[in-house]
Design a protein around this ligand. Structure first.
Ligand code: FES
Length: 148
């Protein structure tokens, strides 16, 4: 049978310098707890809404998530061939509103969008759903999005 190790005794607050240190530690732990709760509250506040038409899907997503990733994480299938690599262009979506709330377009996305017809790109604001990250409320149109 293994011998039980005695737990160290904690100093009691208010009983001298050791107790004072204990109170300081408790305040430090409380400060850490407040910081953690504050971070969680900020993350919750950064949740934004993504509307996907014509399926009529409304998602509350964490800021900085991709449009496609958010839908897939909630059990929806988004049309794709490259599965989010940003190379096939199949995931393109028309931005209906909130385009300013999507991440800035990078060269990779811009180059892949060149695969789409110039007529399409001229008439609509299109983004790659696998590359566009959500920073605020946005609505997009993507036929073919459906429950997996
Ligand atoms: S999934 Fe292929 S480019 Fe977005």
């Amino acid at each position: 049978m293994a011998a039980r190790r005695a737990l160290p005794r904690l100093p009691r607050p208010g009983l001298g310098p050791a107790g004072w240190e204990c109170q300081q530690s408790a305040q430090g732990d409380f400060g850490l707890l407040v910081a953690v709760i504050g971070r969680a509250e900020r993350a919750a506040r950064q949740s934004v809404s993504v509307v996907i038409e014509p399926v009529g899907l409304v998602l509350e997503v964490a800021a900085d998530e991709t449009v496609m990733g958010a839908a897939e994480r909630r059990g929806y299938r988004w049309p794709t061939l490259c599965h989010g690599e940003g190379t096939c262009s199949v995931c393109w979506a028309e931005v209906l509103s909130g385009g300013q709330n999507l991440s800035a377009m990078r060269d990779k996305e811009r180059n892949t969008l060149e695969l789409l017809s110039p007529h399409l790109r001229a008439r609509r604001q299109v983004r790659l759903a696998c590359q566009a990250r959500v920073h605020g409320d946005v609505a997009v149109r993507k036929p073919g999005v459906r429950p997996a």
